[in-house]
Design a protein around this ligand. Structure first.
Ligand code: EPU
Length: 330
């Protein structure tokens, strides 16, 4: 059936927060033709565009989105030797599961991350010492600037901590497919302390271990809303980090691309003690304070209000400005 543009489509059920108002216009796309048609519809009507994957990293405002939401639904996975090539609308964790089943190493530490393959390179998803940039070979995207499909090699994607060219040049590219160069003869990546002891495990055991750790740190999406880490860990200058570590002994910190990355979870837990702090139905999650949990019926303004409160506490205590990791849609 040809692509239809619907009106006033509720967005809350399409997000893991289960929050937010409707899309003024809404289209599901299953191929490049439909993407081009949807984009020209938006252009003709001068609408803003929101590309939606699994809805696992967005907070949609209570008023909804007054433009066109394009929901990415291209599916399919191909294997070429040790490379898996997946369409943007594929579920990320299903791809990880397949890689593990087929004995391909490289993305097993990224088990259990909600969302789609297409969204994964946009924020360079990462967990337990792995990032997507470690295995990604290339991304195929529709470049709205040239109107062409382009293939960007890993080195052209501008990857950094939870960022990429797709995020920096926001709304230029629509990700279509991504290829992951995996390895039949890989070895466990046990660099992250939570995974210590896995160095002799097989792929299945590692995946099970990661899923178990995550289940203990994030809310059950069947019961509550969340988008994983709500904030980025702040990256500060070496001098600022040294100052903070002197003042707050034990403050975990790690070398980063352009400074020192601080553990915000540690600061929120041990210094500010904000676990359980709430605004309306939104609260700082008890088991991981970087995460905001929203009970059913919470509003976007509850979540945003809580995020603002937390940011203010951090700023007052540490003189650091923290940034949301979640994309806030107005
Ligand atoms: N910590 C506490 N109290 C807590 C939880 C954590 O003090 O209740 C301290 C501990 O010292 C712990 C440290 O914080 O060792 C780090 O915690 P965690 O391992 O959970 O990692 P994180 O830095 O808080 C990041 C990512 C997560 C990813 C984990 C694991 C960001 C914004 N978040 O969290 O990614 O799962 O590492 O690798 O970088 C996401 O991006 O949405 C996300 C969930």
């Amino acid at each position: 059936m040809a692509m239809q543009v619907e009106e006033n489509v509720p967005l809350a059920p399409l997000t893991t927060f289960c929050i937010g108002g409707p899309a003024r216009h809404f289209a599901r796309v299953q191929n490049i033709k439909e993407i081009v048609r949807a984009l020209s519809f938006a252009k003709e009507k001068a609408l803003k565009v929101l590309i939606l994957g699994g809805g696992s990293n967005v907070l949609i405002s209570d008023a909804g989105f007054d433009g066109l939401v394009i929901k990415i639904e291209m599916t399919g996975v191909e294997r070429d030797g040790e490379t898996l090539i997946a369409e943007a609308g594929e579920n990320w964790d299903a791809l990880v599961e397949r890689a593990v089943q087929e004995g391909l190493w490289g993305i097993e530490n990224l088990s259990g991350i909600p969302g789609t393959v297409g969204a994964a390179p946009i924020q360079n998803i990462g967990a337990y010492g792995s990032e997507i940039k470690d295995t990604l070979a290339w991304v195929e995207a529709f470049d709205t600037q040239s109107g062409q499909v382009v293939r960007l090699q890993n080195s052209e994607c501008g990857f950094g901590y939870r960022t990429s060219r797709f995020k920096k040049e926001s709304s230029r590219f629509v990700v279509l497919r991504a290829a992951f160069k995996l390895n039949k003869n890989g070895a466990p990546n046990a660099s992250y302390k939570d995974l210590a002891g896995i160095s002799r495990s097989n792929l299945d055991e590692i995946r099970a271990k990661v899923l178990a750790i995550r289940a203990g740190k994030f809310p059950d999406l069947q019961k509550e809303g969340t988008a994983g880490s709500f904030f980025l860990n702040p990256v500060v200058s070496a001098q600022k980090a040294a100052e903070l570590v002197r003042k707050y002994p034990g403050f975990p910190n790690f070398p980063a691309e352009n400074g020192v990355k601080l553990s915000l979870a540690w600061a929120l837990d041990n210094v500010l003690q904000v676990k359980g702090l709430s605004v309306g139905g939104a609260r700082v999650y008890e088991k991981q304070p970087l995460c905001i949990a929203a009970s059913r019926g919470s509003s976007a303004s509850d979540v945003a209000g809580l995020a603002k409160k937390v940011s203010q506490l951090v700023q007052d205590e540490f003189k650091i400005i923290i940034e949301p990791e979640v994309k806030i849609i107005n």
